[in-house]
Design a protein around this ligand. Structure first.
Ligand SMILES: NC(=O)c1ccc[n+]([C@@H]2O[C@H](COP(=O)([O-])OP(=O)(O)OC[C@H]3O[C@@H](n4cnc5c(N)ncnc54)[C@H](O)[C@@H]3O)[C@@H](O)[C@H]2O)c1
Length: 264
């Protein structure tokens, strides 16, 4: 049995993780942390029943008493760097879904994970379909010199662009150093009209709108053709296959991994 802790257990994603872990034959929920609902049973919000695991507020205290093999974290961007450092320093493997980590923080985590020989898998997107879209976008980047990304999320998302869009751009940039091939010099009449210029000049456009969960489109253009790929998350269960895949991989391995594509 893989002993799992969930950080952010009462959040929208955390509740799905609690449910998925509870229903997995090879996993046991042993720890749940959140800044709200402290002292309540972690299963009430997600499973409408008691699991015997109570919500705790302090991660280090919870780790030392519950001794999870792996912590799955879906909390909030402003706390995630310190959370990951705490997991690694306490020798606990982690699967990180919380977005908002900066490039230099990811580099530091990679170093820390290696120094402490403690696995950490960070994935900007656990949806297997979205990850396949990233992999296919990378592949298509060999054949197209122009591309832009549109990411569309619900209007309670705190960070922009999405971690998925950033990772997609990074993967595409590995295949092409400049995606603005042949564009004329541009002037923005309203600031931001052309979106954010990211890796290899890939423009990323972020839409925030009630009704969306998480969607992404990548548009490739070349003389005489447009190639568009899109992925839509219809509800949050779409992330759980990827989360369980990551947990099982991390349990058996001891490396730092950034991106679910590396284990698919
Ligand atoms: N990687 C992915 O596939 C993926 C998918 C969806 C969302 N996300 C990311 O996951 C994160 C959470 O998303 P959500 O929609 O579940 O948000 P949410 O606001 O519904 O849930 C966050 C939960 O974490 C708790 N929390 C906040 N700070 C905490 C802390 N320091 N310690 C413990 N608990 C804390 C909150 O009380 C809340 O219950 C966001 O960063 C989001 O962008 C990632």
């Amino acid at each position: 049995m893989i002993k799992i802790g969930v950080a952010g257990a009462l959040g929208k994603m955390g509740k799905e993780v609690v449910r998925a872990v509870y229903n997995a034959d090879d996993m046991e929920l042993v720890m749940a942390v959140d800044i709200s609902g402290v002292g309540t049973d972690a299963g009430l919000a997600s499973l409408s029943k008691n699991t015997g695991v109570l919500i705790e507020s302090d991660i280090e205290t919870a780790i030392s008493s519950k001794k999870p093999d792996i912590i799955v974290d879906f909390t909030q961007p402003k706390d995630i760097y310190s959370h990951v450092c705490t997991y690694i320093k306490n020798g606990v493997k982690s699967v990180i879904g919380t977005t908002g980590l900066k490039d230099e923080e990811i580099e530091n985590i990679k170093k820390l994970s290696k120094e402490n020989n403690t696995a950490c898998l960070i994935a900007p997107n656990f949806s297997t379909g979205a990850v396949l879209l990233m992999m296919f976008a990378k592949q298509a980047s060999k054949y197209f010199k122009n591309a832009e990304i549109i990411e569309l999320h619900h209007n309670q998302k705190k960070d922009a662009p999405s971690g998925t869009a950033i990772k997609t751009a990074q993967m595409m940039a590995e295949e092409n150093p400049d995606f603005m091939y042949g564009n004329c010099p541009e002037t923005e009449l309203i600031q931001g009209a052309r979106g954010a210029k990211s890796y290899s000049n890939i423009h990323i456009h972020s839409v925030r709108m009630p009704g969306y969960i998480a969607s992404q489109e990548v548009i490739f253009g070349a003389s005489g053709q447009i190639f568009k790929m899109a992925h839509h998350s219809m509800d949050r269960t779409c992330y759980m296959d990827g989360v369980l895949l990551a947990i099982r991989y991390v349990f058996d391995n001891n490396e730092f991994i950034y991106g679910l594509d590396n284990i698919m």
